[in-house]
Each structure stands twice: as structure tokens, then as C-alpha cells.
Design a protein around this ligand. Structure first.
Ligand code: UDP
Ligand code: MG
Length: 312
């Protein structure tokens, strides 16, 4: 098998058949064999029903993995990678925003350049709001400052890579998965190519602003311990400030003999340090929560059904 296409699907009932058509149109006649691995991530619409139809027809080799509930796209990718057997593996969305023809180009690059292990597409033109663009830019700037791995801005998980890279990714069995970080962490020679995302064929995006925020937090907490250090820095700075203030109060008492009650100062200080402590405990909590989740050692996903095909 030359190529495995891993396709996470959540409520993509209208798209899966069109997606398969597009893949077949792109790859038929290119002279190598490929398989499509659909991962149904607990969809609430007819996605599974439609996937089963595609699986029964086997117009091209199709595997279907169906989760017991919605585990998230990252879990879907992980499951798909576990079932992929191709020399190359491609990650692609089911909504046709990422054209299968681009995967064909990625395969060509891997064929022609033996030194390249991963071909990743990044969006050269984004059609989203200025506010969202701003937040995304700030996120990349922040995480690249805080973390030891470097994330390529705008590079998504739309990529094609060799089997060795797939094996390495599967070795990272962490529960909280952040694939941009995972790709950066495993390394390998990566070639970035620009692409323009198309409009969604049908349905709506599953990403709200809040979900994106959570995902960004995943990236920062998962790939940097710098925020933990913030507590130490804040504590040190405010400790020195408090000492200086103490000296000031004593001097004032000795030299000028005034002792104002200072009620507002006390309230402000209590509130300030109280909130700073809560803030720092919150940061620690983010890490402790992840340690808790990880040491329960639960599986990344639960597959209710796995449909494969007979190798010819
Ligand atoms: N997806 C998934 N599980 C989820 C959310 C999304 O498998 O919980 C899939 C979705 O079906 C699609 C891909 O991930 O194939 C990308 O999602 P979407 O198109 O909503 O993201 P966007 O393109 O807007 O970033
Ligand atoms: Mg999409």
C-alpha cells in the first residue's frame, strides 16, 4: 500500500461521499494504490450510516473506525494512524476544504526528495476575521517564545509523511494531544508548501472561539513549563516590593512620626496578592489536571466498531 489517507469525521454526513469521489478523481490513474481510513468521531448525524455504505461498496479500499462517543479530532487522527499501513500517510479533513489534489503533490515531493520526511501545507491566504487572525498570530508568537520546540505559524495538520514519522507519532501516547506540537516535537525533515483552503463543502465548522482558546491552552501547557515559573517570578518581585515598602514605612515613622491608618492600602494589597495567588494556583492547576488525566492512563479513544477490507 502506497498511501493511507486518514480522515477524521464529526457530523460530516453530507461530505463523506463527495470526499471519496474527490479522492478517487485525484488518485485514479496515478499508478499507485491507496486506502481511505475514515474515523467517525461519535457523529450525531448519518455519518456512520453513509460511511458504512461507502465501506460496503469498496469503490476504493475503505476502512471505517467508529468511536463510542466524540473524542475529538486529535483522538481521531491517532486512531487513524494506528490503522494506517501505507508507505506514506496523509492527514486530511473530510469537508473538502483541503483538496486531495494537494496530497498528490505532497506524495510527489516525498517520491522526488528522499531527504524529506514530512510535507506540510500551510495556508497562504486566510479568509477569516482580523480578530481571529490577530489571536492566532499572538498564539504562535507566545508559544514559540515559551516552548523549546518551534511551531510553524499557520501550518495545520494537513500533511503527508513517511511510515517512520507515523511510528514516532504513535509512540507519543499522551492523553492531551496537540498535533502541531507533536509534529514539531518528533522533528524530521519537513517541507512546507502553501495552499489555499477552500470553502467547506457542507455543514459547519466545529471550532468555536472558545474551543480554539482551549486548544491554544493545550499547546502552551503541553509544550512549555514556563508559566509555572511565573509564580516564582511574581512572588520574588512582589516580595522585594513589600520589603522596600516596609523600609519606607519604618523611615516615615522615625523621621516624620506620622502613622496614617492606611486602610485603603491594606485592602488594595490584600486584594492584589490574593488574586495573584489564585492566578498562580490556577496555572499550577492546569498542569496538575493534566498529570491527573495522564496517570489515570485511560485510552485515547474507544472504538465501538472497526470495519476493514480484505487485502488483495
Ligand atoms: N472533527 C473531528 N472531531 C471533532 C471536530 C472535528 O473529527 O470533534 C473533524 C471534522 O469532521 C473535519 C476536521 O476535523 O473533518 C476539521 O474540522 P472543521 O472543518 O470543523 O475545522 P476547520 O476546518 O473549521 O478548522
Ligand atoms: Mg474544515
Amino acid at each position: 500500500m502506497k498511501l493511507s489517507l486518514v480522515v477524521p469525521c464529526y457530523n460530516e454526513a453530507e461530505n463523506v461521499a463527495a470526499f471519496q469521489q474527490a479522492v478517487m478523481a485525484a488518485f485514479d490513474g496515478c499508478g499507485y494504490d491507496y486506502e481511505i481510513i475514515f474515523v467517525n468521531d461519535g457523529s450525531k448525524d448519518a455519518t456512520l450510516h453513509n460511511l458504512k455504505k461507502l465501506h460496503a461498496a469498496q469503490a476504493c479500499p475503505v476502512k471505517v473506525i467508529s468511536f463510542a462517543r466524540n473524542f475529538g479530532k486529535e483522538a481521531g487522527i491517532y486512531a487513524g494512524l494506528q490503522h494506517a499501513v501505507g508507505e506514506y500517510t496523509a492527514l486530511i479533513d473530510a469537508d473538502l476544504q483541503q483538496r486531495p489534489e494537494i496530497v498528490r503533490d505532497m506524495v510527489k515531493i516525498l517520491d522526488e526528495q528522499p531527504e524529506t520526511d514530512v510535507v506540510a501545507a500551510y495556508q497562504d491566504r486566510r479568509s477569516e476575521s482580523k480578530v481571529l487572525s490577530f489571536f492566532k498570530k499572538s498564539f504562535y508568537a507566545l508559544i514559540n517564545r515559551l516552548s523549546k520546540v518551534t511551531l510553524q505559524p499557520d501550518a495545520s495538520d494537513f500533511r503527508t509523511f513517511r511510515a517512520s514519522v507515523r511510528e514516532s507519532i504513535l509512540e507519543l501516547g499522551e492523553y492531551h494531544r496537540f498535533s502541531k506540537g507533536i509534529f514539531a516535537w518528533v522533528g524530521y525533515e519537513t517541507c512546507f508548501i502553501p495552499y489555499t483552503a477552500c470553502e467547506r463543502a457542507a455543514g459547519t465548522t466545529k471550532w468555536s472561539f472558545w474551543k480554539l482558546f482551549e486548544y491554544a491552552l493545550e499547546g502552551i501547557v503541553g509544550y512549555s513549563t514556563a508559566p509555572l515559573r511565573l509564580a516564582t517570578v511574581l512572588g520574588g518581585v512582589s516580595g522585594i516590593a513589600a520589603l522596600l515598602y516596609l523600609v519606607w514605612v519604618v523611615l516615615e515613622k522615625i523621621i516624620r512620626d506620622i502613622s496614617v491608618p492606611g486602610y485603603p492600602t491594606i485592602i488594595v494589597l490584600i486584594l492584589f496578592f490574593g488574586s495573584m495567588q489564585l492566578f498562580c494556583i490556577g496555572i499550577i492547576g492546569e498542569y496538575v489536571g493534566r498529570i491527573f488525566e495522564q496517570c489515570k492512563d485511560r485510552p485515547i479513544y474507544i472504538a465501538k466498531e472497526v470495519l476493514t477490507y480484505e487485502e488483495k
